[in-house]
Structure formats: structure tokens, C-alpha cells
Write a protein that binds this ligand. Sequence first.
Ligand code: NAP
Length: 243
Amino acid sequence: MKAPRILLLGGTAEARALAARLHPGVELTSSLAGRVPDPALPVGNVRIGGFGGAAGLRDWLWDNGIDAVVDATHPFAATITANAATACAELSLPHLVLARPAWEPEGVQLVRSNSAAAELVARQGYSRVFLTTGRSGTAAFRGSDAWFLIRAVTPPDPVALPPRHELLLSRGPYEYDGERTLMREHHIDALVTKNSGGAMTRPKLDAAADLGVAVVMIDRPALPPGVITVAGVDEAVDWVAGL
Ligand code: NAP
């Protein structure tokens, strides 16, 4: 029987790990958005760049004879996840979302959005904030009086930055000791983070808890209704094997 032809929507460590497990037995194309210069590339066939919305993705799936889609994008990449669900539903294609488990730390202040996080920071009077919500997450803090240590993979648009900040360009994974030192040396009183889940960026939460740094956490966007999800690479490999 012919091996299924799969589109793997990626940009995460899990997607790279899944590609490594499936390649070369499965005919696989990994897709990256192309946001990061010099991205970590998965093994096997890779395409880079958007599809042009749900309709563009549907056409691409059809034109390329794709049999199934695995969406292993970041939990906050809600647009591509919604587009994949729509396109797969329209073509009746098997579709899996690999959604890494969310963090469930105690004592964090949960909010729904970047702007809600900015309002909370203002209301609580936090003055030295470690902001780790990524390049698209800084704009909500543009009008803030606080000082920010902003960590991102690529530089945010300068107009989307708060007036008082230091920019730290880096890419995880991060270790507990480094995170603790970073927050202590910058006298951080609040950490603002998305609930990304996973081990690669988790140590900041442990360091914040130990230092008594308040944590403001942006909750995940909901997944499209009815999608099949798995929590890890092993389960995704099993799902592909069952196609
Ligand atoms: P998004 O808001 O859901 O997507 C915006 C647009 O980018 C999509 O409509 C699509 O363009 C394109 N796109 C996104 N992921 C793509 C992929 N894997 N392959 C091809 N096109 C893709 O996504 P985002 O939050 O900007 O994230 C972009 C990428 O970075 C994702 O692949 C994600 O896995 C990775 N990432 C995101 C975060 C995060 O915090 N959001 C963190 C780490 C990694 P078209 O409509 O033109 O198809």
C-alpha cells in the first residue's frame, strides 16, 4: 500500500521531533511560516511561507495530493490551526493537532490576552517586568510606565515597544540557574508569559516561584471544536501509523 502523504505544520520542537520519527518512511512535507531568520529545520522535505488563508491551504493540500495533516504548531498559533481545521474539513482529510500539555503552575494570575496582562501589570503596580510573550506580544505594553526586560527570538517593531526597556534577543531552551540569575540581577518583580507549555521554557516559572516573582500568564486560545488532539510525539506517530 502507498505510504500516506502528510503535511506537517511546524515551527516547534515537537514538529521537528515528529519529522525525525516519520522520515523517511512517510512521505512528509514540513511547513514553516518563515517568521524567523535561520529557523531550526526539520529533516526531510520543507516548505516555507504562508498558504494564503484557509482557502489557499485547501488548494495547496489538493494540488499536492496530501492525504492527512498534522498540526504541530505552537499552541498560540491560532490562525493557522483554525485554517488547517477548516481546510481539512472541506476536503474531508484526516487531521490531527499535536497540542503539548499546558503548564499548570500554582499561584499564577491567569489572563485572556496581552492587553489584559498589561492592565493587570498596571493595576498591580509592577515596576520591573520580565516580558516573554514574543515579538507580537509587546504592543499591548507600549503605554506602560513600568521597566521591561523583553526577551524575544526576533526584534519587535520599535513602535510596539514600551518606552523603558532592555531587549534580549535569544532562543530557548533555557535553564533554571540562568533564568534565576537573569531575574535576580534585573530586580524583576513580575514575569509575563504565555501558557506555552513544554520543558524548553518552563524553568522561568520555577525560578519565579523560588524568587517570589509574581507570574501573569496568558491563557491559551481555544482549539477549533471537534479536532482530534494528542499531547505528544509518540501518540502522533501512532496516529500516523493508523492512517
Ligand atoms: P498564526 O498567527 O497562527 O498564523 C499567521 C499566519 O502565518 C497563518 O495564517 C499562515 O499564513 C502563516 N503560518 C503560520 N504557521 C505556519 C506554518 N507552520 N506554515 C505555513 N504558514 C504558516 O501563527 P504565529 O503565531 O504567527 O506563528 C507562526 C509560526 O511560528 C507557527 O508555525 C508556529 O508554530 C511558530 N511559533 C509560534 C509561536 C507563538 O508564540 N505564536 C511560538 C513559537 C513558534 P497564511 O494564512 O498565508 O497561510
